[in-house]
Design a protein. Structure first.
Lengths: 188, 188, 188, 188
DNA sequence: GATGAATGAGAATTCATTCAT
DNA sequence: AATGAATGAATTCTCATTCAT
C-alpha cells in the first residue's frame, strides 16, 4: 500500500513537472509518507522512476501480447489495423507519462527501452513467420524491426506531438496503408 | 572564438556524460575560460544546450535541404533512396551527440525538435506536391508526416540502438521498399 | 542469548567497519533480530559499544589480575617479563577490536578507559609496594602511572601499528630492560 | 584568508564539540563563509580534519626538529630532559585539540599518525646514532621506537588525562629517569 | 571583456529511535 | 518478548548564478 502510494506520487509528479521536479522529499510528501519510508522501499531516486517505467512498460506490453494472441488467426489486413489501434491505445493510456518515461528511459540507460522493443519485435516477427508465405519481405528480422520502429514512432509522435491528428482517424488508416503495402503484393 | 570554445566544450561534455554531467563551471573549465565569461555570452545553462542543439539541427537540416534541391527533378525511386541515405548520414555525423540532443530537446521543451520536424515535413511535403500525380497518397500532410517520422525513427534507431544493422545495407534498402510501396502503385 | 547475538554482531561490525559503519538497524540485522528487540535490551547505540567495551576490558583486566596474583612472590625480573608478556597477549586477543575500542572509548568519553587504566595502575602499584625496598623509585604513584602508561602504549603500538616487530621477540626484551633499569639499581 | 578562517573554525569546533559536532554547514557558518565556499577549498569533511591535523602535526614536529638540532651537541642528560620538556610543551600547545586529533587520526586512517611517529623515530634514532658509544642499547631501531612511543604516551596521558600531575614537575623528572636509566650505564 | 571567489538554496540520503501490533 | 514499518531531523555535497575587481 505504501509502495503503491509512492509509485502513484512519482507518476503524478513525473507527469506534472517532469524528472526535474521529481525529488524524493517531494515524492514522499505527495505520497503522504516520510522520506525514510520511501527509502525503505526504494534504494534511490532512480529506482523510483525505473519502477514506474517497468509498470508502464508491462502495461503496454500486456496490451500488445493480448492483441498478438487474439490476432493469430485473423487475416493480415485486420491484424495490422488492430495492431496499430492497439499501439495508439497503448500510447493514449497516459501520453504525458509515456512521454516523460521514454525521456527518462533514455536518461537512465536504454536497456529497458530496448527490452520492450526487443519483445515487441519478437512478437511481431513470430506473427510474420506465420504469414511468411503471403507477405513480400524475405528478411523477417529486418521487417519486424522496421514495423515495430515505425509504428511505434508514428503513433508516439501522433499522440505526443500532434494530438490533433488523432481526432480524425485518417492517420491511423494511412499508417495501415504503409504497413500493408509493404507487406502485401497488391496495393491498397 | 570564445563562444566557439564554450560550445565545443558543451558538446563534448554532453556526449561524454550527458546532461547530468553538464554544469556551467565544468563547461567553462573545459572551454578554458572562466564561468563569468561563459555568462557573458549565454544567459543560462539551458541556452548552452539550445545553442548546440540549433547548430546540430541546422547541420542536419542543411543536409536535407541540399538533398531536396538536388533531387527535385530526379525520379522518385532515386530520390527516396537518396533521402534515406542522407538521413542515415545525418545521424552518423555524430550519433552520440544526436542521441543526447534528442533526449535534451525533449527535456527542454519540444518546440525545437518540433521545429526541425516541421521543416523536414515541409520539405518532404513540397517534394510530394511536385509528384502528386504519380503517387498514391492523397493527403500530403499525413503522408509527409508519416514519411518523416518513420524514416527519422528508423534511421535513428538503426544508428543509435542497432549499429550492427548498418553494416549490411539491407535495412536501408528495405526501408526504401516501405516508402516506395507506400508511394507508388506498382510493387517493388 | 539474544543479548549475546547483539553483542557479537556489534563486535563484528565494529571490527570490520568501525564505528561509522555501526548502525542499530544493521546490528539488529546481523544479529538476526529486529531493531525493536535490540532496543528492548539496550537503551541506545552508545550503550551497545559500551557493553562490548566493558566485556573486552574485563577480559584484559582478568588477564592482568590473574598475572598479578600469580606473580606476587616471584622475583621482579621474572614478574616484569611476565607482565609485559601478559600485556602483549592481552592486546593480541583481538587487536582489531582493541584498536577500534580504544578509539571509541575516547569517542564516548574517557571514563571507562580511565577506569581500566586506574585499576591497572592500582594493581601495579600494590605490586611495587610489596617490593618497595628493592626498587629505586620513591613515588610509587608516579612510578605505577609511568609503567602502566608506557608498557600499555608500547605493547599497543607494537601490536597495532608495527605487527612485524612482534615476530622477533627483541622488542619485548628491550621493553623489559627499560622497566627493569628503571626499577632496579643494577643495570641489565 | 578564507582557507584560514575555515581551518580556524574547524579547529574551534573540533575542540569544543569533537568530531561529532563537526558538520560542514556549521564550520562554514562559524568561519563566516558559505558552505559552497568551503567546498571550493576542501573536497569533503574529512579533508578539513586532515588539514587541521597536518597543521598541528607540522607544529609539533617543528618543535621536535628544532629541539633536535639544538641538542645535537649537548650531553645526553640535558638532551633527554629537554626532549621530554619539549614533548610536554608540544602537548600543551592545545591539549584538547591534540586529544581530538589523535582520535581522528586513528579514525581517518592511521597513515598520517604513523608518518609523524616515523619522523619522530627517525629524529630520535639519528640522535642515538651520534651517541651510540655512550649508550647501552644496541638495536637503535628498537630503542628509538620505544623511546618515542613511551615518551609520547606518557606526556600525552599526563597532559590529557592527568593534568594535575603536571603541576608538580616530578613526573617529568621521573620520566627522564626512566629514559636515562635505560640509555646510560650508571644509575640516576 | 575577463575573472573566479563567493553564494546559498536545494537535493539525496542516512539512521537513531518509536510504537502499534 | 519480538517485530519492523514509519519517522524526520540532520548532514553532506552540488551547482547555477552573481558581482566586485
Amino acid at each position: 500500500m505504501t509502495v503503491d502510494a509512492i509509485l502513484t506520487a512519482t507518476t503524478r509528479i513525473l507527469i506534472e513537472g517532469g524528472y526535474d521536479k521529481l525529488n524524493t522529499n517531494y515524492v514522499a510528501q505527495v505520497a503522504g509518507v516520510s522520506v525514510g519510508t520511501l527509502y525503505q522501499y526504494f534504494p534511490n531516486k532512480e529506482s523510483l522512476v525505473l519502477a514506474v517505467f517497468e509498470e508502464h512498460a508491462e502495461e503496454m506490453l500486456g496490451l500488445l501480447r493480448r492483441a498478438s494472441s487474439d490476432l493469430r488467426d485473423v487475416p493480415l489486413e485486420t491484424a495490422v489495423r488492430a495492431y496499430i489501434q492497439t499501439m495508439i491505445e497503448a500510447h493514449c493510456v497516459d501520453p504525458e507519462l509515456h512521454r516523460t518515461l521514454i525521456r527518462q528511459a533514455l536518461h537512465l540507460g536504454v536497456h529497458i527501452h530496448q527490452h520492450i522493443q526487443s519483445e515487441a519485435i519478437a512478437i511481431v516477427r513470430s506473427y510474420l513467420e506465420l504469414h511468411k508465405d503471403t507477405i513480400l519481405p524475405n528478411n523477417l528480422d529486418i521487417a519486424a524491426f522496421l514495423l515495430v520502429t515505425m509504428v511505434e514512432s508514428a503513433t508516439h509522435n501522433m499522440v505526443v506531438e500532434y494530438p490533433d491528428m488523432l481526432k480524425h482517424g485518417d492517420v491511423a488508416e494511412e499508417l495501415a496503408c504503409v504497413v500493408l503495402r509493404y507487406l502485401l503484393p497488391h496495393s491498397f
